[in-house]
Design a protein around this ligand. Structure first.
Ligand SMILES: Nc1ncnc2c1ncn2[C@@H]1O[C@H](COP(=O)(O)OP(=O)(O)OP(=O)(O)O)[C@@H](O)[C@H]1O
Ligand SMILES: [Mg+2]
Length: 258
């Protein structure tokens, strides 16, 4: 299946997108959950993927990041076929995934968590400057540098998880539900941060159940349904041409959906 073209904006594909997923099929054991998904992300874009629980959003991010091996289809990153490569290989060449549920190391300090984020792309000469950059975005992480990650609040842990992804200066930053389970103020902070990252020219692929917010800030969006792309295109057109309520209905995992 080729990429769904439900709207003219969808044809705005650079000749060399940073990420190009073509006709991907992914299974857990015998159960296929991604049925021929194609999508792309151009350099500097913020692309959102929305969809209800179980639509396949995390599975596609994990497949792109090499955590899951696709059954068929191809993943091209920076013009190279990287299908089947391991997460650490992909991280080394500039892909970062901030996973759903944060997955920071609770017993390690904030500083150690950040160092792990830089692993594979660690450059002693620039690490200090990279850290300063991170502290500018997340002052709280400087204050808590020597504290165990597990002692941070939920919102702070989310910031640490994002910082850990950013410190490797990725060419593509993928985030899986960064606002999940956070208080409304923290959700605002996270969305402001994502916008700031976009302002810095970082290419972002964002998975969010909070469809309204995710569509507001996206350049383009994909709506997943049952492991397929149901809609692809400009967020504004998407809001007006589909029953967005159907997406919102799933947005209740953390009580902060819409
Ligand atoms: N480890 C697994 N083993 C078997 N099935 C799985 C596994 N992980 C996910 N699935 C199934 O794959 C489908 C897609 O799951 P996925 O986690 O990608 O959805 P999602 O869109 O991220 O949902 P959510 O919004 O709840 O995070 C679901 O039907 C889910 O039950
Ligand atoms: Mg998920």
């Amino acid at each position: 299946m080729s990429e769904v073209k439900m709207n003219t904006k969808e044809t705005q594909k650079d000749p060399n997108p940073i990420l190009e997923v073509n006709d991907l099929y992914v299974s857990y054991g015998a159960v296929e959950v991604i049925h021929g998904i194609s999508l792309h992300v151009n350099k500097g874009e913020l692309v959102s993927i929305c969809g209800v629980n179980g639509a396949g959003k995390s599975t596609i991010l994990k497949s792109i990041a090499g955590v899951l091996k696709p059954k068929s289809g191809t993943i091209r990153f920076k013009q190279k076929d990287v299908t089947g490569r391991k997460p650490e290989q992909l991280h080394k060449i500039g892909m970062a995934l901030v996973p759903e549920g944060r997955e920071i190391f609770p017993t390690l300090t904030v500083g150690e968590n950040l160092r792990i984020g830089a692993y594979g792309r660690y450059k002693p000469k620039t690490f200090a400057a990279d850290l300063e950059d991170i502290f500018e975005l997340f002052p709280i992480l400087k204050e808590r540098y020597d504290q165990a990650g597990g002692l941070l609040s939920g919102g702070e842990q989310q910031m640490l998880a994002i910082a850990r992804g950013l410190i490797s200066r990725p060419d593509l930053l993928m985030m899986d539900e960064p606002s999940l389970g956070l208080s409304p103020t923290r959700v605002d902070q996270i969305f402001e941060l994502i916008l700031a990252l976009k302002g810095r020219g970082i290419t972002i692929l964002l998975v969010e159940q909070n469809a309204k917010r995710a569509l507001e800030i996206a350049d383009r969006a994909y709506l997943f349904s049952n492991g397929r792309v149901e809609y692809a295109g400009c967020p504004k057109d998407m809001e007006s041409s589909i029953d967005i309520a159907a997406v919102y209905l799933g947005a209740n995992k953390g009580g902060n959906g819409v």
